[in-house]
Design a protein. Structure first.
Length: 297
């Protein structure tokens, strides 16, 4: 009898271990920090589109999506497109996309570009804030939602070739047959570097109904600010500054999360070592809270 009970317990334990991935109940901030560190490391050589370092970053993202058991989007994680560089050469860009099926057919597309400026004059532009920060957040938020059934179907897109023309985002909106079902884009680009605990949610001037939702979320120690989205802001209007722009041009509502420009912006000093980690973790938590709130509305 004792043996039977023991056998039962052991079997239950084994079955327990082999069951699908445990649902993440909170943001995995340890992995978040590890991901931003690796994506902005010198090995990735600044992740310029079409380079080996860019391919290495892409492999890393695919591995992390796989580890998170994030289902693929449209048959495969990768979405290829080509773009012409200013010198006339054609380069292949590759987006990495996964999805979590929700209760409804409506789609929320969450985006972050993983490319950056590469190496210039022998200096590596590591792009820790721009935009290893958004890419690592994308992985963390995807990991949070896998194994759940959200209200909307969530698409997680790590986009290529943002620098120099928002090419990955433009290719995505052009090639995806599902665009008619997209109700919202949430874009993250530079979300880790600020010394005043300030994070911007851009786009509510165009889509005021989204502000009402954002005003309800817990922002902890972060000041979540609105703005940078009015025509009168002139060169401080970020409406067309990152991958949310191609969505906005189609009339799809967007929220873009980002920080004020800073001393490391597009400089070789945008490294992992200069990132204030506490701010970054809290910033990603606020964005996760926003995604949850948007999904519930
Ligand atoms: Zn960027």
């Amino acid at each position: 009898m004792k043996n039977t009970v023991l056998l039962f317990l052991v079997s239950a334990l084994i079955i327990g271990c082999s069951s699908p991935k445990q649902r993440a109940l909170t943001l995995d901030t340890d992995h978040l920090i590890e991901d931003i560190r690796i994506l902005s490391s010198d090995e990735m050589q600044g992740r310029l589109v079409g380079t080996e370092g860019n391919a290495m970053a892409r492999e890393y993202i695919i591995n992390r999506f796989t580890e998170a058991e994030l289902p693929v989007f449209d048959g495969s994680y990768t979405h290829d497109f080509s773009l012409e560089r200013p010198n006339g050469n054609t380069v292949e860009g590759i987006n990495v996309i996964g999805m979590v099926e929700g209760l409804s057919d409506s789609l929320i597309v969450i985006t972050a570009h993983y490319d950056h400026l590469g190496v210039r004059d022998g200096l590596i532009f590591n792009g820790a804030d721009d935009n290893a920060s958004g890419t690592a957040a994308l992985i963390a938020i995807a990991d949070y939602f896998t194994g759940t059934t959200p209200n909307h179907t969530l698409i997680f897109a790590a986009l290529d070739a943002e620098e120099g023309g928002l090419n990955g985002a433009r290719a995505f909106v052009m090639d995806s047959v599902l665009m008619e079902r997209v109700v919202l884009n949430i874009n993250m680009d530079m979300i880790s570097q600020n010394d005043k605990n300030e994070l911007y949610a851009v786009g509510t001037y165009h889509y005021p109904e989204l502000k009402t939702i954002l005003e309800t979320i817990d922002t902890g120690e972060i000041s979540l600010l609105f703005g940078h989205d009015r025509p009168e802001d002139q060169n401080q209007d970020w409406t067309f500054a990152s991958d949310h722009a191609p969505f906005h041009r189609l009339g799809i509502p967007f929220i873009y999360f980002g920080v004020e420009d800073h001393e490391h912006y597009h400089r070789p000093t945008d490294t992992f070592e200069t990132i204030p980690q506490e701010f970054y973790k809290q910033s990603v938590q606020v964005i996760l809270n926003a995604v949850i709130a948007m999904d519930n509305n």
